[in-house]
Design a binder for this molecule. Structure first.
Ligand code: C6P
Length: 412
């Protein structure tokens, strides 16, 4: 098991105060905090290594290129990819999914074809497909969710059939923390000749993932949710699929030859990476992955399961709290979504903020889920390797204050 108390000391921001109180950070599902190893790598880059990559013959440029490409190799090993060239750098998960929709999708999706999603997807795994479907006259079908937010696969044979071209599902829900049982869905997609995209925005940071063992065709995730800098995303794709994908954006670094009337394109991965990337961010991202590897993703997951169990127990012991999500703790990650009955989630968030407690409130970029549950939003506390039981105790004390304040208002 990991020592969250010790790990916390690696995160400078977690030593600070907010509103005069020690910061209790419970919003890592939105973006994680960064250890000094990552912050130092960013600092070192700008002080000692800064140059554009893939362009210069001089030492600094070659050094920056080497460091940048080391991260690509590290990521390929981290997710079990065949080689580094199938790792495409983007800005975030959103851009990775848009890249698939705009490049692979525009080439392969035609009128009447079916794209399958779930009702629990983040907007980033809905809107790019809606844009594509609108342009191409394709149809989107949704795997429904049960009231506990698990997937209802009763009619899966009618949803995924010979017309399906791609199935795109999140590894873990950002709203309820539900870890989906994706293996049967991947097998089903492949049995009808469809591809499978796994949205790993909430997965890569918490769950050991081997893309080749899972046999996913695409895997999308963001560095900023896994201790790395913002502005760096990853798209993994099977080599034979990426090889056939046309460039989505044109510009520098993605060409082989340009003349005034036409251009030819570079090989993978450059063909899908136009323009100067977030060099410092990519370089620092390797340090984030090394940190995660040192702690161990399985240790992180079990730590989060323990915190979730504790949080659910304590929340359940308060009266007037509605909890969302599945009961089986091994089928959920470090996210708890709840409402304080009769109190708007934004009010809960603001009162907690005064106590230095950061949670996310609202629809969490998953409006279809909220509509299905007939709620405007939820309060969401999310945990990572640096959270402790004391952070959850602080949340519970904050919620007791929320209840007290609103009880007084109601009495008046
Ligand atoms: N969810 C949250 O607070 P980006 O913003 O591109 O790095 O990640 C998008 C995204 C895609 N899929 C899932 C399942 C996600 O959770 C997210 C990001 C954050 O829940 C910010 S909205």
């Amino acid at each position: 098991m990991l020592d969250a108390y010790r790990l916390k000391t690696d995160f400078p921001i977690l030593q600070t105060n907010m509103n005069g109180k020690s910061l209790v950070f419970l919003d890592s599902a939105a973006s994680s905090q960064k250890p000094f190893q990552v912050i130092d790598a960013l600092d070192k880059y700008y002080k000692e290594e800064n140059a554009n990559i893939h362009r210069g013959v001089y030492y600094l440029s070659q050094k920056a290129t080497e460091l940048f490409e080391r991260t690509r190799i590290k990521i390929s090993e981290f997710i079990g990819a065949k080689c580094a060239k199938v790792i495409i750098f983007t800005r975030n998960t959103t851009e990775s999914i848009n890249l698939v929709a705009q490049s692979w999708g525009r080439q392969n999706i035609n009128r009447g074809d079916v794209i399958v999603l779930t009702e629990l997807e983040h907007h980033s795994n809905i809107v790019p497909w809606q844009m594509l479907a609108q342009e191409k006259g394709a149809v989107i079908k949704y795997i429904p969710i049960n009231p506990d937010s698990s997937l209802d696969t009763t009619n899966i044979n009618e949803i995924i059939d010979y017309r399906t071209k791609i199935v795109a599902v999140s590894q873990m829900s950002n709203v309820t923390g539900t870890i989906h049982d994706i293996k049967p869905l991947i097998a089903k997609a492949h049995s009808v000749g469809a591809l499978f995209l796994l949205d790993g925005a909430q997965g890569a940071c918490h769950i050991e993932t081997n893309v080749r063992e899972l046999d996913v065709d695409f895997y999308a995730f963001s560095a900023h949710k896994m201790l790395g800098p913002t502005g760096v995303g990853v798209l993994y794709g099977k080599e034979e699929i990426l090889e056939k994908m046309p460039p989505w954006m044109g510009g520098g670094d993605m060409i082989s030859d340009v003349s005034l009337d036409k251009s030819t394109y570079a090989d993978l991965p450059a063909r899908l990476e136009a323009g100067t990337p977030h060099i410092s961010g990519v370089i620092a991202f390797r340090h984030a992955i090394e940190y995660l590897e040192k702690v161990g993703l399985e240790n992180i997951h079990q730590h989060e399961v323990a915190l979730t169990e504790y949080a659910l127990e304590r929340l359940d012991s308060l009266n007037g709290i509605t909890l969302y999500g599945v009961n089986d703790l091994q089928k959920r990650g470090g996210v708890v979504s709840f409402n304080v009955n009769g109190v708007h989630a934004h009010d809960v968030g603001s009162i907690l903020d005064e106590e230095g407690i950061a949670i996310r409130v609202g629809h969490h970029c998953a409006q279809p889920f909220m509509k299905k549950m007939k709620i405007a939003g939820t309060c969401r506390a999310s945990f990572y390797l640096y959270n402790t039981k004391e952070d959850i105790d602080a949340l519970i004390n904050g919620l007791l204050q929320v209840k007290e304040i609103f009880a007084r208002v109601v009495k008046r």
